[in-house]
Design a binder for this molecule. Sequence first.
Ligand code: GAR
Length: 202
Amino acid sequence: MRKLKLGVLGSGRGSNFVALAAAVAEGKVAAEFVVVGSDQAEAKILEEAKQRGIPTVVCPKGKYRTKLEEEIEVGLAEQLVKAGVELLILAGYMRVVKEPLLKRFEGRMINLHPSLLPAFPGLRAWEQALDAGVQETGCTVHWVNEVVDGGSVIRQMRVPVQKGDTAELLHARIQESEHRILSEVVRDLAEGKVSWPKDPRR
Ligand code: GAR
């Protein structure tokens, strides 16, 4: 089967990228990584990519915390296009995506979020769930559009909140599910079992 060309953006540890890379290496997902990018030069996800021989790109942080300046995002988007990315995966990428990425990757960019959207969009969703006192939270993979954490849902997985949970314990439990759901969705997209708003291969 032809391999789907993946690009991943992350700002941190990259445990979801690592889980996906393992599924790809085991032949469970018909895909290959063409680039891993970050807005944080010191992010562990970049080290993980380099160890696997995957090209990396880093963009400047710029002057805002929550978004990239337009010229910076244009530069990042162009590098991803040049690398040949067909599916762009946001896996712990902590910037709000704006027009430069939205335009170039419309209908072919997915995000992983640590809650059952539409509940708890935004930052530290597991803490929001604890504060709200819900008994169940989870994780979501969704298509990315201009509404933060608002694009259409592809798949969700439920995760129980347990008595005595701390933010760290709950996030760790959510991440176990994230590691599974992301690989499953990418596998199904590669195999055409999930329909794409804009399939780059057609
Ligand atoms: C994940 O839990 C992901 O859902 C979350 O950041 C973590 C990254 O972990 N993303 C968001 O909160 C986006 N709003 P990782 O770097 O170990 O994959």
